[in-house]
Design a binder for this molecule. Structure first.
Ligand SMILES: [Zn+2]
Length: 693
C-alpha cells in the first residue's frame, strides 16, 4: 500500500472517529491564525510610539515624564523609524530636540520593532556620555522598556555604558567613530551616526575609507538595514552632513501662512520658515529702538504676509515635511532643522535675532557658531587670500604716530631665509588692541647670512629692542617674538632666542599636523633638548586665524590695519607685499574632507611673519592664563612680569575652543574663520552620489 492511500484511509477513519471534535477545533484555530496574519496590521509610526510609550527620563532635560512632540519632530521621529527609508540625513541646528528624537527612535527599535541597534558618536568619550547619559536612563525609566532589561546570569556579559541586551532579542551598542575598532565585529540593522561633522568621523591613517560606509557595512546581513546620519554642519568646504544633505531629497517643514493660507488648498501661502537675513525680503525681520537695542521681531512670509511669533505653534501643528529636490539615490531622505522652527522658549525669534546682533560685534569669530548652531548651515570662511591686493592698498591709512593709539602691546614674527642668493631675516612688527584688532607697524627685511652674527645683531638692535612711539608720546616695547627655527639655521635660532627668553623671544617650529588637524596654536609645554628650548605651534589653526583676519574689512575685532607710510627702515607696502601676505592657500586635498594650508613655492614671508606674530600673541595668552579674555585685556594686566615661561602654558581654551564647548559634546570647532558670508548656493553636483545603497 502506498503511503498516500494509507493517509487517505486514515483521514477517512478519523472522519467518524474520536478525533472529530479536536480536529474541528484545530481547523478553527488554524483559520483564525491565517486570518490574523493575513489581515493588514497598521504599523505603529515612530511618533505615535513616542507619544504613547516614550518617556523623558529624570535628569536628562528640564522636564520628565511622558513625551509630547512638536509637529516638525513628529515627522522627524516617523522618518527615523520608517522601514521604507533606508537612508536619512539630518542637517540640524542646536535646540531643536534632535537628540531626544534620536533617543526615542532607538527606543522604538528596541521595543516596537525589536532589532539590533548601533549608535556611533564621534569619539569614545562621546559614546560613553551618550550611553550613560541618554540610553541608560531611557532603559531605566521607560515603562515599556524596563521589563525588557534582562537579569544578567552568572558568566553572561554584563551590560555596560557601551552595550545593552534586552530580553526580547533587541540590543543597543554605542561606539566612538574615532576608535580603530568602532566598525568591526558586530551586526546591527538600525545604524545611527551622530555628529558626523565631528573630527572622530574623519578617516584616520588606519581606516579603510569612509567611516559612514564602514558603519553601513555593519548592517549588510539585514535586507532592511537603515542608517540615520545627523550633524550640526561646520565648514562649507569639508562638511560631511552638508554634502550628504545635498544628495538627499532635501525635505523642509512646510507650514501654512496664518494670514493667507487656505488649509484645503495646500498651496497658497505654504512655505518653510527661513532665517532670510537682512538681504532678502522674507524671513526674520527686526527693529531697534533709539538706544540700538532690539525692539520688535517679526517674520515676513514669502507670500508677503507679516507673521507673528504667536502663530508659530499653530503653524507647527499644521505643517508637513515636503521634499524640495530629487534624491540622487532613491530612498535617501534629507531634513533640515533650524532653531527658528522650534517652540522652545530658548529658540524664540527675538533670542535668535539678539544672537545675530551680538555676533556682528565680532563677525570673524561669532558668525560661524551662529550659522552652524542656530541656522543649521555650514559656514563658508573667507580668507585674505580672496581679497585683491589692490583692496589692501586702498585700506592703507595714515598713522598718527609710529603706533596708533588703539595698540596695547606689540609682537614680532621673524622668518629666516638661508641660501646663497639672498640670505636674510624678515621681521613683521604688529600692534594689538581690543578684540585683537591689529595694526601692522612695519615689515623689515634684514639682509645677511643667518649663519653669522651680524644680521642677528641687526634684528635685535633695529627691531626687537627698539621702542615704538604712540601719539601721546609714550612708547611701547616688543612684548613677545616668535622666530621660525624649522629651516637651515635651527642652532642659530635656538642660540639667539634662548639667550633672550626673559624678553619672551621664542624659537618656534610647526607641529606636524596630519590630515589637516587643528590643535591649539600654542603648546602646553615647550620642547627641549640639550639645553635648547623651542615651541611646537599649531600652524593650521594659526593660519586660519591670521588669514581669516585679513578678510575682516571693517575696523573692529580682528581687522588688520596697514600704514600708508613705512616706518624708518621698514619696507614699502606694495602689491608684492600684499601678494606675499596672502600667498599661502587653503586647499582640500583630493578626495579628502579636510583642509590644509599649502606652502607656495613663491615668496610668502610677509604671510608667515604675520602668522608668527599671531603665534606670539597666543604664547602671551598662554602665559597670562587669560587666553579667552585677552582681546579685552588692558596693557597693564597683560603678562609683563613673566620672565621665564617654561611649562607655564595654561592650557586654557582658545576663543574658538570656548565657542566649541558650547557646540556639542562631540565636535571641535577648531577653525575660527573669516568674515560674514551668506551661504553660497549648492555647488553644481560636486557629489558623486552615494555608492552604498
Ligand atoms: Zn501669507
Amino acid at each position: 500500500m502506498s503511503r498516500g492511500l494509507e493517509a487517505a484511509a486514515r483521514v477517512s477513519a478519523h472522519r467518524h472517529g474520536d478525533y472529530r471534535t479536536g480536529r474541528g477545533e484545530l481547523r478553527r484555530a488554524l483559520l483564525a491564525l491565517f486570518e490574523g496574519s493575513l489581515k493588514f496590521q497598521e504599523r505603529m509610526s515612530g511618533s505615535v510610539w513616542a507619544e504613547r510609550f516614550g518617556w523623558i527620563p529624570k535628569g536628562t532635560g528640564a522636564e520628565h515624564g511622558k513625551v509630547t512632540l512638536y509637529g516638525y519632530q513628529r515627522g522627524l521621529v516617523d522618518l527615523m523609524c520608517d522601514p521604507a527609508v533606508p537612508l536619512l540625513t539630518v542637517l540640524k541646528a542646536a535646540r531643536v530636540g534632535y537628540t531626544r528624537c534620536a533617543t526615542l527612535a532607538v527606543g522604538y527599535h528596541l521595543h516596537q520593532d525589536p532589532t539590533l541597534c548601533a549608535i556611533a558618536q564621534p569619539t569614545i568619550p562621546d559614546a560613553d556620555d551618550f550611553g550613560s547619559g541618554e540610553i541608560a536612563p531611557m532603559l531605566r525609566d521607560t515603562p515599556v522598556l524596563k521589563p525588557l532589561m534582562r537579569q544578567v546570569k552568572k558568566g553572561e556579559k554584563q551590560d555596560n555604558a557601551a552595550f545593552y541586551q534586552l530580553s526580547n532579542g533587541a540590543s543597543v551598542r554605542v561606539v566612538g567613530a574615532a576608535s580603530d575598532d568602532a566598525f568591526r565585529r558586530y551586526s546591527a540593522r538600525f545604524l545611527f551616526a551622530d555628529e558626523i561633522d565631528g573630527d572622530g568621523w574623519t578617516p584616520g591613517a588606519k581606516t579603510q575609507g569612509d567611516k559612514l560606509k564602514l558603519f553601513w557595512t555593519r548592517g549588510e546581513t539585514f535586507w532592511n538595514r537603515k542608517q540615520v546620519r545627523g550633524s550640526t554642519p561646520l565648514l562649507f568646504e569639508t562638511s560631511r552632513v552638508w554634502k550628504l544633505w545635498l544628495a538627499s531629497d532635501q525635505r523642509r517643514y512646510f507650514v501654512p501662512c496664518p494670514q493667507c493660507s487656505d488649509a484645503a488648498s495646500q498651496l497658497d501661502g505654504w512655505q518653510y520658515l527661513d532665517w532670510g537675513g537682512p538681504d532678502v525680503p522674507h524671513g526674520l525681520k527686526w527693529s531697534l529702538d533709539a538706544e540700538g537695542t532690539l525692539d520688535k521681531v517679526w517674520y515676513v512670509g514669502t507670500c508677503g504676509c507679516i507673521i507673528e511669533e504667536r502663530h508659530k505653534a499653530w503653524m507647527d501643528a499644521n505643517g508637513e515635511w515636503r521634499p524640495t529636490a530629487k534624491a540622487k539615490v532613491p530612498g535617501h531622505v534629507g531634513m533640515h532643522l533650524w532653531t527658528g522652527m522650534s517652540l522652545n522658549p530658548n529658540a524664540a525669534w527675538p533670542v535668535i535675532v539678539q544672537e545675530w546682533l551680538e555676533a556682528q560685534a565680532d563677525p570673524a569669530t561669532l558668525v560661524q557658531p551662529f550659522m552652524n548652531l542656530r541656522l543649521g548651515r555650514p559656514y563658508r570662511a573667507i580668507y585674505g587670500q580672496e581679497v585683491k591686493s589692490s583692496s589692501f592698498i586702498d585700506r592703507m591709512e595714515p598713522y598718527p604716530a609710529e603706533v596708533p593709539a588703539g595698540v596695547e602691546f606689540i609682537t614680532v614674527g621673524v622668518d629666516v631665509q638661508s641660501g646663497k642668493v639672498n640670505p636674510r631675516l624678515e621681521a613683521s612688527v604688529y600692534g594689538w588692541g581690543r578684540g585683537l584688532e591689529v595694526w601692522l607697524i612695519g615689515h623689515f627685511v634684514l639682509p645677511g647670512d643667518p649663519a653669522k652674527g651680524e644680521v642677528w645683531a641687526a634684528l635685535d638692535e633695529g627691531v626687537l629692542l627698539r621702542r615704538y612711539r604712540k601719539p601721546d608720546g609714550t612708547t611701547l616695547d616688543v612684548r613677545a617674538t616668535c622666530i621660525d627655527s624649522g629651516g637651515h639655521h635651527t642652532q642659530e635660532v635656538y642660540a639667539f632666542a634662548n639667550k633672550r627668553r626673559s624678553r619672551r623671544v621664542w624659537a618656534i617650529k610647526g607641529r606636524s599636523e596630519s590630515r589637516g588637524q587643528r590643535g591649539k596654536v600654542w603648546p602646553r609645554k615647550p620642547s627641549s633638548k640639550l639645553g635648547h628650548v623651542w615651541y611646537m605651534i599649531g600652524g593650521n589653526a594659526a593660519r586660519d586665524w591670521a588669514y581669516g583676519s585679513l578678510a575682516v574689512d571693517k575696523p573692529g575685532p580682528r581687522h588688520v590695519h596697514f600704514p600708508q607710510a613705512p616706518l624708518d627702515g621698514a619696507r614699502e607696502l606694495d602689491d608684492e607685499f600684499f601678494a606675499q601676505l596672502t600667498r599661502e592657500k587653503l586647499i582640500v586635498p583630493r578626495g579628502q574632507q579636510y583642509t590644509v594650508w599649502q606652502k607656495p613655492s613663491e615668496a610668502h614671508e610677509a604671510g608667515v611673519c604675520f602668522v608668527y606674530a599671531y603665534a606670539a600673541v597666543c604664547g602671551l595668552q598662554a602665559l597670562s592664563g587669560k587666553y579667552v579674555k585677552l582681546g579685552e585685556a588692558d596693557v597693564e594686566s597683560a603678562p609683563e612680569a613673566a620672565g621665564d615661561d617654561a611649562g607655564t602654558a595654561s592650557g586654557e581654551p582658545t576663543p574658538a575652543d570656548a565657542i566649541a564647548a558650547a557646540v556639542a559634546r562631540a565636535r571641535r570647532l577648531s577653525q575660527p574663520a573669516a568674515a560674514v558670508q551668506p551661504m553660497a548656493p549648492p555647488p553644481a553636483s560636486t557629489d558623486k552620489g552615494e555608492l552604498y545603497l
